[in-house]
Design a protein around this ligand. Structure first.
Ligand SMILES: [Zn+2]
Length: 76
């Protein structure tokens, strides 16, 4: 499951459980479910922990790889 670091609280969240891709396309800050005003609360699918702590615990965890900001709009 692709993960990302929230730009506001720097916790780890899953792209599938947030508006990550929508925010990416619109070039908005990528927020976890708790920081996203449209969601407003943590989903409780897994514990909310800081990205630094997560990386220490799960060094091999796959983080999301996405194109650089702006690239999504260059589709001709
Ligand atoms: Zn957050």
């Amino acid at each position: 499951m692709p993960l990302f670091e929230c730009e506001q609280c720097h916790c780890v969240d899953n792209t599938a459980l947030t508006n990550f891709w929508q925010a990416h396309i619109e070039e908005k800050p990528q927020l976890c479910s708790a920081c996203d005003p449209e969601i407003g609360k943590w989903h409780d699918k897994f514990p909310r922990i800081p990205a630094a702590e997560y990386t220490e615990k799960y060094p091999k965890a796959r983080k999301v790889e996405y194109p650089a900001k702006g690239a999504a709009q260059s589709r001709g």
